[in-house]
Design a binder for this molecule. Sequence first.
Ligand SMILES: [Fe+2]
Length: 268
Amino acid sequence: MEEITIVDGYNEISFEERVLLSSGTESASISTDQATTPYCNDAIVPRLPWRSLTSMEQKILFSNKVDNYSNLYVTLLSIPQNILCHLNELGNVKHHTALKYLLEKESIGKGISLIQEYIETFRLQHADLSKYRIGFNAPNQMTVTAGNRDCRVGLHIDNQHGSSLHRILINLGSQPRYFLFINLSIQQLYRLVSETDGNLVSETWGSSRIGRAFMQLFPNYPVVKLKVNPGEAYIAPTEHITHDGCTEGTNSIDVFFTMRSLFNCPHI
Ligand SMILES: [Fe+2]
């Protein structure tokens, strides 16, 4: 099985300038990230410093095509201006409490229905389009996802959700945010861990636990950091790869639109 690649069909940008690799991973307890929401005890995060890719790594990570049979790709797309112009106010929010009021405004509602129409043009699965979420994250966090234990889970794999497979996330904030991921599928992680130590994992484990076992066993394996500018979206198979969002280096609230479905790569 092939590694997960970033599909490079997005003409206006050079992916080489958008992507960095971590020096590996480490327990979050070693991390310097001191955001308000603490990390869960078993959380694992990228290890600093970030570095650019070698030309060999670029060859492995970037691709200009998607295998017909594989939905395991990551890509970026630019949301058309005629949609974004309805949603500009979301990017100016100073505090998340203001979001609730903005979401009741007619102009924002118009923007959201235009996003839904736009997504419909490359969506493969007939899921419920109303199951989207407008969310927010605090600035300057190495990883953003908090679980139901009120602590940040670190790099993780999303729980399976029917056959949705992909997540689209649109950056509606005013600053770049990042998508972090390891370019190996859950099947590859499982194989690598069980080949190294057959007693270490069980097939009945949850995906995130297999991901964490991989990162503990291969702490030098890099995490990819992909920059998503305001007005851009990423699509990624978040139920199959170890990942998280990242707001490192920002000072304003991260606002996003997200939904899960199965998407045709819009560039192919
Ligand atoms: Fe996730």
